[in-house]
Design a protein around this ligand. Structure first.
Ligand code: HEC
Length: 99
C-alpha cells in the first residue's frame, strides 16, 4: 500500500510539473496571439502584451466559464482554454510576463 501511494505521489508531481509549463501551453495560444503575445488578432483583439496581468487572468477565467465575448468570438476562446486549470492560466501568465 505504501508503495502504491508513493507511486501515486510521483505521478501527481509529474502531472503538475507539466501543467505548470507556461511556455509549452502558450505554443497553442501563439498561433493566434503571436509568439511574443504582440499580435492583434483579426485586427481587433488587443495584443495580450498590451493588457495587464490582472486583465489577462480574469479574461482567461471568464472565457473558460463561457462568460466573456468581447469581440463576438468568445466561443473560440472557450474551446482554446478547455481542459486548462487556473494553475495553467497562472503558468501561461507567468510566461507571457517573460516575453
Ligand atoms: C484560434 C485563435 C485563438 C487561439 C488559439 C487563442 N486565442 Fe485567445 N483570443 C482569440 C479571440 C478571437 C479572442 C477574442 C474573443 C472575444 O470575442 O472576446 C481572444 C481573446 C483572448 C484574451 C482577451 C484579450 C482582450 O484584450 O480582451 C486573452 C487573455 C486570450 N485570448 C488568451 C489566450 C490564451 C492564453 C490562449 C492559449 C491557451 C489563447 N488565447 C488562444 C483567439 C485565439
Amino acid at each position: 500500500m505504501k508503495k502504491l501511494l508513493a507511486c501515486c505521489a510521483l505521478i501527481c508531481l509529474g502531472v503538475s510539473a507539466y501543467a505548470a509549463d507556461g511556455a509549452t501551453l502558450f505554443k497553442k495560444c501563439a498561433v493566434c496571439h503571436g509568439e511574443k503575445a504582440d499580435k492583434v488578432y483579426l485586427g481587433k483583439v488587443p495584443a495580450l502584451k498590451s493588457i495587464s496581468t490582472a486583465e489577462r487572468l480574469q479574461y482567461m477565467k471568464e472565457y473558460s466559464e463561457g462568460k466573456r465575448n468581447a469581440y463576438g468570438q468568445g466561443a473560440i476562446m472557450k474551446v482554446n482554454l478547455k481542459g486548462l486549470t487556473e494553475e495553467d492560466f497562472k503558468a501561461i501568465e507567468a510566461y507571457i510576463e517573460t516575453l
